[in-house]
Design a protein around this ligand. Structure first.
Ligand code: CA
Length: 219
């Protein structure tokens, strides 16, 4: 799951990036509105956390632009000023949720999970697929009721595949979910993680579509 954080306060930006990375997200962090535009063009994200008061270009403009292009990326806006007008303008410009500073990282992270869940068309926080369940909040996977030992990156790949059931996910799309800019991409890692997932969960779950990518079929 790759997230974009747009925040010009270095302490806050760094804190959010560190906290969410620890939860297994690949997190890119930029500090102004123009850099946000560039990041949105160059990468595919699952969600954006967007401060409204930004240098070069306001968060509101970034958001309006994104929606003009009919991009439905889930967006949580951050606002320092506790004014109703700010939040209303943000929501009217296409934000899905908002947080007023200061906030607890735990709340941001719960709102992120809720939005990703809704985006996947789920009302339940847990993803079920056959005898498998995947819980994004606790980062646990169970099969036939038993917890499966799974690494954070394997978890991310499995979550992306399950949330996109019936769609082929290319290797590069899965890689994007695993790595942020600062991380070094190791070659063959997606293949290695898929190999481990098949060993742990059974060979049939994830199908290889030769030359295209991987798919989990709808049940
Ligand atoms: Ca700001």
């Amino acid at each position: 799951m790759r997230l974009l954080i747009v925040e010009d306060d270095p302490l806050l930006g760094e804190g959010i990036q560190a906290g969410l990375s620890q939860e297994g997200y690949a997190v890119d962090w930029v500090e102004d509105g123009e850099a946000a535009d560039t990041a949105l063009i160059t990468n595919e994200y699952e969600l954006m956390v967007l401060d409204l008061g930004l240098p070069k270009k306001s968060g509101l403009e970034v958001l309006k632009n994104l929606r003009l292009k009919e991009n439905d990326l889930p967006v949580i806006i951050l606002t320092a000023r506790d004014t109703v007008e700010d939040r209303v303008a943000g929501l009217d410009s296409g934000a899905d949720d908002y947080l007023t500073k200061p906030f607890e990282l735990g709340e941001l992270s719960a709102r992120i999970r809720a939005l990703l869940r809704r985006r996947g068309g789920r009302s339940s926080p847990v993803i079920s697929h056959g005898n498998l369940t995947l819980d994004p909040a606790s980062h646990t996977v169970t099969q036939d009721g038993k917890t499966v030992d799974i690494s954070p990156r394997e978890f991310t790949i499995l979550q992306l595949l399950l949330e996109n059931r019936g769609k082929v996910m290319s290797r590069s799309r899965l890689e994007e979910g695993l790595y942020a800019w600062n991380d070094e991409v190791e070659s063959n890692t997606v293949e290695v993680h898929i190999h481990h997932l098949r060993k742990k969960l059974g060979a049939e779950l994830i199908r290889t579509i030769r030359g295209v990518g991987y798919i989990v079929d709808k049940t």
